[in-house]
Write a protein that binds this ligand. Structure first.
Ligand code: PLP
Length: 415
């Protein structure tokens, strides 16, 4: 069981006031708040052992290198990777996807090949593939959605063929909360010889992740969505796959030798980490991973499932709204809950909620094709994390009642 009262004391920001009200932070799918341990790791690095890594022979450089590389081992363990050599540090999930789409995509895709995505992808898992499709002549295809925001798996069997060279999909939708059956999809994709990329930006913060069980070939995440700092992402890929890929960015660190007109590459994963990385960020990400591991990802998931069920029930009770994504009790879903109040624009709802101290996201959530599929320009999204409580769900519901009262004022209706 997650002890939210104790946990909340470790997140300084959660005790601040917004517009004179105590903050209710429900925008965790965008980014999560940071515990003291993560903030302290940043300060400790800059105040005690700030140095560039891999290059120096002095004590500070050795300490910084050891701390940075230790997080690679930690990340490999967190994900169940076969080796830390399979962990590439990037800036974020977006860069991880771009890295793979660019290097692997341009080397392997040709005209007539198919890139299979889904209709619920974040722009980060759409646009890089559009770019590589344009460059190679490969075509894009999409697994459609059911009415309740799940993948239409029947269509998958029709879409998959020997032409399908890569299947890239989100593990958990940042809008709908849907948890996709990636292991089953990966099995089917592999049977056709396709490579599978799993976008775990939304799942890795919330669910136990084991890359072997998920069965993909590549998995990406962003540290800032799982208690870590901004500016750090992970690309996990099977070592043989990484070794087969050309570098993404060229520069210092990623080379073995450099001549004036040619170079040879460093071993993986350093071949993909050109230039000075986000050293402090990676080290602080290690504290975030340790924090999550201390709590236990199954406990984190159980807490959020309970809270999400409660939130959905309370929203349904409020009525006169549409919830997008699965709401049936037996269906696996994450803690992002998107909805619209009848007759009200999500931005108006978000603005009044903010005035009540409740931080949610209102917009297209970087998933414009999904918004079109849902037939709405935008939604309100409340997304929960390990420090959120049922009392905060109650604050959300109370604030939504204030939204309704505000916009139903006779003066506005008759204006
Ligand atoms: N994929 C999904 C499903 C996301 O929700 C996000 C961010 O919201 C991303 C990718 C991109 O993450 P980042 O902006 O940290 O690269």
């Amino acid at each position: 069981m997650i002890d939210t009262a104790r946990i909340r004391q470790e997140f300084p920001i959660l005790s601040r006031q917004v517009h004179g009200k105590s903050l209710v932070y429900l925008d965790n799918a965008a980014t999560t708040q940071k515990p003291r341990q993560v903030i302290a790791a940043l300060t400790r690095y800059y105040s005690q052992y700030n140095a560039n890594i891999h290059r120096g022979i002095h004590a500070l450089a050795e300490e910084a290198t050891a701390a940075y590389e230790a997080v690679r081992v930690q990340a490999a363990q967190f994900l169940g990777a076969a080796s830390e050599r399979e962990i590439v540090f990037t800036r974020n999930a977006t860069e991880s996807i771009n890295l793979f789409a660019y290097t692997w995509g341009r080397a392997h895709l040709t005209a007539g090949d198919q890139i299979l995505l889904t209709e619920m992808e974040h722009h980060a898992n759409l646009v890089p593939w559009q770019l590589v499709a344009k460059a190679t002549g490969a075509t894009l295809a999409f697994i459609p959605l059911t009415a309740d925001g799940q993948l239409e798996l029947k269509a998958l069997d029709q879409l998959l063929s020997a032409r399908t060279k890569v299947v890239a999909l989100t593990h958990m939708s940042n809008v709908l909360g849907t948890v996709n059956p990636v292991a089953e999809i990966a099995r089917k994709a592999h049977a056709q010889g396709a490579v599978v990329l799993i976008d775990a930006a939304q799942s890795a913060p919330h669910l136990p992740i084991n890359v072997q069980q998920l069965g993909g070939d590549v998995l990406v995440l962003s540290a800032h969505k799982m208690l870590g700092p901004t500016g750090v992402g992970v690309l996990w890929a099977r070592q043989a796959l990484l070794e087969s890929m050309e570098p993404f960015l060229g520069g210092g660190e990623m080379i073995s030798d450099v001549q004036l007109t040619s170079s040879t590459w460093n071993e993986v994963p350093w071949k993909f980490e050109a230039g000075t990385p986000n050293i402090s960020g990676v080290i602080a990400f290690g504290e975030a991973l340790a924090y999550l591991q201390r709590l236990g990802m199954p406990e984190v998931a159980a807490h959020e499932q309970q809270l999400t069920r409660y939130a959905i029930a309370q929203l349904q009770q409020l009525g006169h709204l549409t919830i997008y994504g699965p709401t049936q009790p037996g269906v696996a879903r994450g803690s992002a809950v998107s909805f619209n109040l009848d007759g009200l624009h999500p931005h108006d709802v978000g603005t009044v909620l903010d005035a009540e101290g409740v931080a949610v996201r209102a917009g297209h959530h970087c998933a414009k094709p999904l918004m079109r599929r849902l037939g709405v320009p935008a939604t309100v999204r409340a997304s929960f994390y390990l420090y959120n409580t049922p009392a905060e769900v109650d604050r959300l519901i109370a604030a939504l009642k204030i939204v309704r009262a505000f916009f139903n004022r006779p003066s506005r209706i008759h204006a």
